[in-house]
Structures are given as structure tokens and as C-alpha cells.
Design a protein around this ligand. Structure first.
Ligand SMILES: [Zn+2]
Length: 81
């Protein structure tokens, strides 16, 4: 994927962040743990459709969730044939 800017230093490709899941991520969850991250830090988890709710809930109940946005798949989109 040369030429594709990284989403962040925390996103290894665009695969779901859920442990054991290898699905392509479709959602970008932005979060911060105020106990260990300063106010300028934004962490990213990316999630597939099946796990976006799970991961968002996980972050939300801890008060970490900042934003939930669709993940652009510019670099991974299936090329037309
Ligand atoms: Zn998943």
C-alpha cells in the first residue's frame, strides 16, 4: 500500500481491532484514557461491522470514547475490473 498515508500510528492496516478478528475494518473509534493519555492524544481502534458496537460500548462505559466515524477505505477498496 505504498502512497497511502497511515491513518495513525495505532492502525496496523485496516483490520478490526477486536482480538482474533481478521475482518476489514469499517469503523474508526477514537478514544483516550485520560489517566494515561494527555489531552492532545487520540487513540484509534478500527472495527468491522460485527464488532463496532462491541468496541464502542467497551470504550463508552469507561468514558474513553471520543468519536465514532466511518473508516475510509481509500487504499483498500476493491479495484473495478
Ligand atoms: Zn471484527
Amino acid at each position: 500500500m505504498r502512497g497511502v498515508p497511515p491513518l495513525s500510528d495505532d492502525v496496523p492496516g485496516a483490520r478490526c481491532s477486536r482480538t482474533g478478528c481478521r475482518e476489514v475494518a469499517s469503523t474508526d473509534l477514537q478514544w483516550r484514557n485520560p489517566r494515561i493519555h494527555d489531552g492532545t492524544r487520540v487513540k484509534h481502534w478500527v472495527a468491522c461491522d460485527a464488532h463496532a458496537d462491541f468496541l464502542a460500548q467497551f470504550l463508552s462505559v469507561r468514558g474513553f470514547l471520543l468519536a465514532r466515524e466511518p473508516l475510509r477505505a481509500d487504499g483498500d477498496a476493491q479495484p473495478p475490473r
